[in-house]
Design a binder for this molecule. Structure first.
Ligand SMILES: NC(=O)c1ccc[n+]([C@@H]2O[C@H](COP(=O)([O-])OP(=O)(O)OC[C@H]3O[C@@H](n4cnc5c(N)ncnc54)[C@H](OP(=O)(O)O)[C@@H]3O)[C@@H](O)[C@H]2O)c1
Length: 331
């Protein structure tokens, strides 16, 4: 059995991660940490979960641990020392935040309005998208788990870029996410009274912090408008794409042949578009293709932000990093 530790186990992604690891046949949980919930048990917070004690991060014991997951909010000051200590102890790391996702340090500085806190770690990090970087993830010591919104942009767009089907010009992406995307901490923005029976856009255009990640992995210029959907989980992204003249729906569908043997990417049959309920609770990212007119298509991509969009994706990478079969514990 491999032994893993979880930092930030009392949050939404931590909760999903523990559920997945609990039924994983080749992994056992060495420790789980929390901040305000330290001293409690996981089952105190999520009564259906295992009775795992939650310790403060400083009390986590890395001895005999193979890999840690850091499920901490972005900009958590403790993140860099935790990651460094783990790597120094020979423990592999999968980080859930967007700290290590941007390869280019200048892009990081421009977007985050600060220098990268650990450039050496950034240079060692591998972008955690198995569909694109499977072999690199196998050998990685530090993996930056893909963001949930970016997943719904990168997986649908990457094959079309590779097949050279797209015309010049920006791609418009209109995404809607359930409120769990913002995490479990209290905030006015995700308060029930602020989200129930309403629907709103935020960080529209070229301002959302996930945009550079999408552009890095697709090489495209993107206009991105996220929306807060009054549901708990799931992301539905609508992508408006301009193709070169004469590109047929068959060409687009053929480009998605690269995913034919991917266990968790589903191209829906012609005429079908995915809905949240098709993917929620599953590891699948579903893609639908709708031709609009010559040179124009709409793609719809759906994912469960907490599973394939976060914790399931991390387990997929963990399986690769620990030399296990990639889908172990995921289906
Ligand atoms: N939610 C999603 O759909 C999603 C998808 C993809 C990626 N992510 C990324 O995954 C990470 C975790 O997200 P989440 O939604 O699970 O967040 P969350 O629900 O807010 O949980 C955060 C966890 O971190 C702990 N924590 C907070 N501040 C800490 C500190 N200073 N030191 C130690 N522990 C601390 C919290 O402990 P207490 O609760 O005990 O205070 C909790 O266990 C974030 O970087 C997020 O961007 C989230």
């Amino acid at each position: 059995m491999a032994r893993v530790g979880i930092y930030g186990a009392s949050g939404y992604t931590g909760f999903e991660l523990i559920k997945l690891l609990d039924r994983h046949p080749e992994v056992e949980i060495a420790f789980a940490t929390a901040r305000s919930a330290a001293g409690k048990s996981l089952s105190d917070i999520f009564p259906t979960l295992i009775d795992q004690p939650l310790v403060a991060a400083e009390q986590a014991d890395l001895r005999g641990v193979d890999l840690i997951f850091t499920c901490l909010p972005h900009n958590t000051p403790e993140l860099i020392p935790l990651v460094q200590a783990a790597l120094d102890a020979g423990v592999k790391v999968i980080d859930f935040s967007d700290t290590f996702r941007l390869d280019d340090l200048d892009t990081y500085t421009r977007w985050r309005k600060q220098n990268h806190p650990a450039p050496e770690l950034q240079r060692a990090a591998v972008y955690g998208l198995p569909e694109l970087y499977r072999e690199r993830i196998r050998k990685a010591r530090l993996v930056a788990n893909t963001g949930c919104y970016p997943l719904t942009a990168i997986l649908p767009l990457h094959p079309l870029v590779k097949a050279d089907l797209l015309a010049a010009g920006p791609v418009i992406i209109d995404s809607k996410s359930g409120v769990s995307g913002a995490g479990r901490s209290l905030s006015l923005k995700t308060h029930f009274g602020e989200t129930h029976e309403t629907f709103s856009a935020y960080s529209v255009g070229r301002t959302h912090r996930h945009l550079p990640e999408m552009e890095q992995e697709t090489g495209l210029h993107i206009i991105f408008s996220p929306h807060l959907l009054p549901v708990y989980r799931g992301i539905l992204s609508t992508l408006y794409i301009n193709t070169k003249p004469g590109v047929r729906v068959a060409d687009v569908r053929e480009a998605y042949g690269v995913y034919a043997s991917e266990p968790f990417v589903r191209l829906l049959p012609e005429g079908r578009l995915p809905e949240l309920r098709h993917v929620v609770g599953s590891m699948n990212l579903a893609i639908g293709v709708q031709p609009v007119e010559d040179g124009c298509f709409i793609l719809v991509a759906c994912v469960d932000n907490l599973i394939k969009g976060a914790s399931g994706q991390a387990v997929q990478s963990m399986n690769l990093m620990l030399g296990m079969e990639e889908t172990t514990g995921l289906r």
